[in-house]
Write a protein that binds this ligand. Structure first.
Ligand code: AMP
Ligand code: ZN
Length: 112
C-alpha cells in the first residue's frame, strides 16, 4: 500500500533501524521507544490490523509468534519480554498496518 508507513519501512523506502527481516517479516526499532528495547514486528504484506486477519494468514501469524522469543533472546531479553497489539481506535492503534510491539529491559510501561 503506497501510503502506508510500515509498508514503506518494509520495502526500505522509509529509513528505519531494522534488526531482522526475511521474506515475510520485518522487525525494526520503534522511533519513540517506551522501554530499553522497543521493537515492532510487521508482516511485509499489508494487513490493516489484527481485526483483518483470516485463515489465509494462519501460517504467517504462527511464524511471527515463534519468531518473537527468538528476537527477544537476540536482544538480550533473557528474563522475559512483553508483547502488545493495539487494535482499532478503541485499542489505541495509530498505524494501520498490523504490528506487534516487543518491549523489554528495565522498567516497562503500564497499561494506562
Ligand atoms: P500503535 O499505537 O500500536 O499503532 O503504535 C504505532 C507505533 O509506531 C508507535 O509506538 C510509534 O512510536 C511507532 N512509529 C511511528 N512511526 C514510526 C517510524 N517511522 N518508525 C518506527 N516506529 C514508528
Ligand atoms: Zn502497510
Amino acid at each position: 500500500m503506497t501510503d502506508c508507513l510500515f509498508c514503506k519501512v518494509a520495502d526500505h523506502s522509509l529509513a528505519s533501524d531494522i534488526v531482522y527481516e526475511d521474506d515475510q517479516i520485518v522487525v525494526f526499532k520503534d522511533i519513540y521507544p517506551k522501554a530499553d528495547v522497543h521493537l515492532l514486528m510487521v508482516p511485509r504484506q499489508h494487513i490493516a490490523s489484527l481485526a483483518e486477519l483470516d485463515s489465509v494468514h494462519d501460517g504467517l501469524i504462527a511464524r511471527m509468534m515463534r519468531l518473537l522469543p527468538q528476537i527477544a533472546r537476540q536482544q538480550g531479553l533473557d528474563n522475559g519480554f512483553r508483547t502488545i497489539i493495539n487494535t482499532g481506535p478503541g485499542g489505541g492503534q495509530e498505524v494501520y498496518h498490523f504490528h506487534i510491539h516487543l518491549l523489554g529491559g528495565g522498567s516497562l510501561p503500564g497499561f494506562a
